[in-house]
Design a protein around this ligand. Structure first.
Ligand code: CTP
Length: 400
């Protein structure tokens, strides 16, 4: 996702510097070209060799080194960067940037760059809450610097409060968001995800194996591309994505009500949820005790949410999923027409790497004109991006 992006990471002297090694690794794994500048104090916490090995580039520390590599200067590092990330950013470096001091390679590079600069403050709580530091951060934010708020928790100094460098995954998400073109700005995307649970007594329910990963990936990518996103999710173990309006539901009927409540302003609806088609006809208020012999349960139909939207969808783009074990394309094409969708994402449960629980998927997108686009095995985030490319095309076609 970060292919061909040049990211310049600045590490300053804070205990969280060790986390920047992991951040570097993750960004390189995602295809970015990462170069690292370390301040002198940063080298007290983590070695340049670690960062050099992980970034696969020399680590830059000194403005006046006689390395012989004349092409590298604070200006060239600043100019080639698509993004500068300072993590951890100490109170000292924040103060220096805020008042325009450029007395080392990192601060001169920040001064010289035209790329966005992301500052990840990390320090002791009292220092972070100091009005001078807060004032400097406000000043930088007003100048267009991007700031990731530190997370709360127990700090290395034993104090509990704000000041921790956020999890690497959160910083990576912010980086990917900054570097993703905002081509869905103005769209309101409503996504459903996960399974539903259909209870038949206070402790038991019927459900399915859906993990929610596909729907969450769609929600995250839509938000990164600039859309306003509402995610209505059945029970999953996934963390609520940053910057997305999240609504938790359990049963299909709760999901239906939540969808209808948020439908009006939605311009795009993507129904990735594995909604239970049936629920127990009755729900006992007390736990059902076992007895000899079999237990019979009758099931009744749940509302078909996407079909209900399809009947009255207006200008909305409506996208559904079909997960099948047999006759994939015939079944998917039939659902596409019957439920009045604009696109259906078909996946074959028998295929390796596709379907529930996995981080990857293999999909074919079918459209109402008979078009069929099959994608190879891909990470669910990339699949989500390709689905949103189709959404964008449908929107553009409607505008013409
Ligand atoms: N769906 C829904 N409400 C339901 C059942 C399904 O909104 N009660 C949506 C799913 O979110 C998915 C699409 O419909 O986007 C296809 O779901 P699926 O269960 O595969 O389709 P069905 O029409 O229920 O077909 P069948 O169960 O016969 O395979």
């Amino acid at each position: 996702m970060l292919n061909e992006k040049h990211i310049l990471i600045g590490i300053t002297g804070g205990i969280a510097a060790y986390k920047t090694a992991e951040l570097t690794r993750e960004l390189v794994k995602k295809g970015a070209s990462v170069k690292v500048i370390m301040t002198k104090n940063a080298t007290e916490f983590i070695t340049p060799l670690t960062l050099q090995t992980l970034s696969r580039h020399p680590v830059y520390m000194d403005m006046y080194s006689l390395s012989g590599d004349f092409s590298i200067s604070h200006i060239s590092l600043a100019q080639e960067a698509d993004l500068v990330v300072i993590a951890p950013a100490t109170a000292n470096v924040i103060g220096k940037i805020a008042v325009g001091i450029a007395d080392d390679l990192l601060t001169t590079s920040v001064m010289a760059t035209r790329a966005p600069v992301l500052i990840c403050p990390s320090m002791n709580t009292q220092m972070y809450e100091n009005p001078i530091v807060q004032g400097n951060l406000e000043k930088l934010a007003a100048q267009g610097y991007l700031i990731v708020d530190p997370s709360h928790g127990e700090l290395a100094c034993g104090v509990e409060g704000p000041g921790r460098l956020p999890d690497v995954s959160e910083i990576v998400d912010v980086v990917e968001t900054i570097l993703t073109p905002k081509d869905l700005t103005g769209e309101h995307v409503l996504v459903t995800a996960g399974p539903t649970q259909e209870a038949f007594d206070p402790v038991r329910f019927i459900t399915n194996h859906s993990s929610g990963k596909m729907g969450y990936a769609v929600a995250v990518m839509a938000r990164r591309r600039g859309a306003d996103v509402t995610l209505i999710s059945g029970p999953t173990t996934l963390a609520a994505p940053r910057g997305v309006r999240c609504v938790s539901v359990k049963s299909a009927r709760e999901m239906r009500d939540a969808v209808m409540e948020h439908l009006e302003k939605a311009t795009v609806v993507i129904k990735a949820a594995a909604v239970a088609d049936y629920r127990p006809a009755s729900r006992s208020d007390s736990k059902i005790k076992k007895s000899e012999g079999t237990l019979n349960m009758s099931l009744e139909r749940n509302p078909d949410i996407i079909a209900e939207i399809g009947k009255n969808k207006g200008q909305r783009v409506l996208i559904g999923f079909a997960m099948e074990t047999d006759n994939l394309f015939e079944n998917a094409a039939e659902k596409l027409t019957r439920k009045n969708m604009d696109l259906i994402i078909a996946n074959d449960l028998n295929q390796e790497g596709a379907g529930f629980q996995t981080d990857t998927n293999v999909i074919t997108m079918l459209d109402p004109n008979g078009g069929k686009e099959t994608l190879p095995l891909m990470d669910k985030m990339d699949v989500a991006d390709r689905i949103l490319d189709r959404v964008k095309k449908i929107i553009e076609k409607r505008k013409r």
